[in-house]
Ligand binder design. Structure first.
Ligand SMILES: [Zn+2]
Length: 215
């Protein structure tokens, strides 16, 4: 998506990180190297923990980002758990800054769901969808339970080009997507193709998963 934005606008796109509980965007940002986000360590103290045990992990290990504000007044936060999963990079950046970097946030520790005993992150499904041409980065995961068995359905928007194709081609695309997801998750899922711009767009953080199993 970034490449597309850059190519079509002629503007370089930089990832910025933050959370509304702290200051919103601006806790960290990518430099010209576009290779990880420098954390403004003079204002925020980052740690990476194991989200199960709370244990602080060594540099380079993947885990949940925990932030302590160092300069915030009135509402300081101490060891605040972000639920964002990343890793801390201490090695010096080509740009010359010595502030440590975090890898781009790909998933959260709490958007994981368990289906038929398998731990699934929506980002894994996104990866599987991106491997197949013809879909847009808009999808929704619906979890239901039928006769005691968990069912997973992925609704995904197809590109306008793909949608005007004949039924046979759409069925082939659907099977390709199902195979791609199964390849990553080891789970058979039902893929439903929907027209471009039919899935709800969310403001800010996307709500990808509807878990209807306990309703
Ligand atoms: Zn840099």
């Amino acid at each position: 998506m970034r490449e597309r934005i850059q190519d079509e606008s002629g503007i370089r796109a930089h990832d910025i990180y933050g959370l509304s509980e702290i200051i919103g965007p601006g806790v960290g940002i990518e430099c010209s190297a576009q290779h990880g986000l420098h954390i403004f360590e003079d204002h925020f103290f980052p740690e990476i923990i194991d989200s199960e045990t709370g244990e602080v992990l060594p540099e380079g290990a993947e885990g949940e980002l925990v932030l302590t504000t160092l300069s915030k007044q009135a509402m300081p936060l101490i060891r605040y758990r972000t639920r964002d999963v990343t890793e801390l990079v201490a090695e010096q950046c080509p740009c010359g800054r010595t502030l440590r970097r975090i890898r781009r946030i790909g998933r959260r520790s709490d958007d994981m769901f368990i289906i038929r005993g398998v731990n699934v992150f929506p980002s894994q499904i996104e990866t599987a969808l991106l491997r197949v041409e013809g879909t847009l980065p808009h999808y929704q995961i619906i979890l239901t339970r039928e006769i005691g068995l968990d069912q997973i359905e992925v609704k995904v928007e197809v590109t306008p080009e793909a949608f005007s194709d004949e039924i046979r081609k759409l069925e082939a695309l659907q099977h390709q997507l199902e195979a791609s997801i199964e390849n990553i998750l080891g789970l058979r899922v039902k893929v439903t193709l929907v027209e471009p711009r039919t899935l709800a767009r969310s403001e800010g953080k996307a709500k990808r998963v509807s878990d209807l199993r306990n309703v």
